[in-house]
Write a protein that binds this ligand. Structure first.
Ligand SMILES: [Zn+2]
Length: 180
């Protein structure tokens, strides 16, 4: 698999170090101004190939995934129930739940404890919706993805790594819906 056969985008920004992002499922090289993309391939080739392999694997797995059709009401009810259960369980509070169509993430939690849910989550199986909500609400306790965060996640959800990967696969599947 050659990199030049693979579609990627380059974005120049006012940053110090180059990085690679995969948020939308497409490779995005974020480079400091004046940086030539071919340098990044040379230095980080094996890492980039690993990422590409990961995407390809997710794309293949995404093919066999089934998306679930839910009404808006059904979906929102599911979210409210999941949130209630988890805030009781974690003994935390949140302010608001917002529903939005988002292009780069399944959900997010603001520092004001507002939970924003991506409407495209409605296509996911319930266990993944539950996991996303749980993941976001653990951020009320720990904002960063540090060891403490993952320890809390693992206490209740032993197979979180598998679920995170599966969410990646679904992200590709749902991407098809987003472009319609
Ligand atoms: Zn998180």
């Amino acid at each position: 698999m050659a990199l030049n056969n693979y579609s990627y985008k380059v974005s120049y920004r006012d940053i110090k170090y180059p990085r690679v992002e995969l948020k939308t499922g497409k490779l995005l090289f974020v480079l400091p101004f004046g940086y030539r993309p071919n340098i990044i391939y040379g230095r980080n080739k094996s890492w980039i190939y690993k990422k590409i392999n990961f995407i390809e694997e997710c794309l293949t797995k995404a093919e066999s995934k089934e998306l679930i059709e839910r009404s808006k009401e059904e979906f929102e009810k599911l979210i409210y129930n999941a949130v209630k259960e988890i805030i009781d369980d974690l003994k935390i509070e949140i302010n608001h739940i917002y529903f939005r169509k988002m292009k780069t993430k399944w959900a997010s939690l603001s520092s004001f404890k507002n939970l924003t849910v991506n409407r495209f989550m409605k296509y996911l199986p319930k266990y993944l919706i539950d996991y996303i909500i749980f993941h976001e609400l653990v951020h009320v306790i720990e904002r960063k993805h540090n060891n403490r965060f993952w320890e809390i996640v693992e206490e209740r959800c032993k197979n979180y790594r598998k679920l995170e990967k599966e969410l990646f696969e679904y992200w590709f599947k749902v991407s098809d819906k987003r472009s319609i």
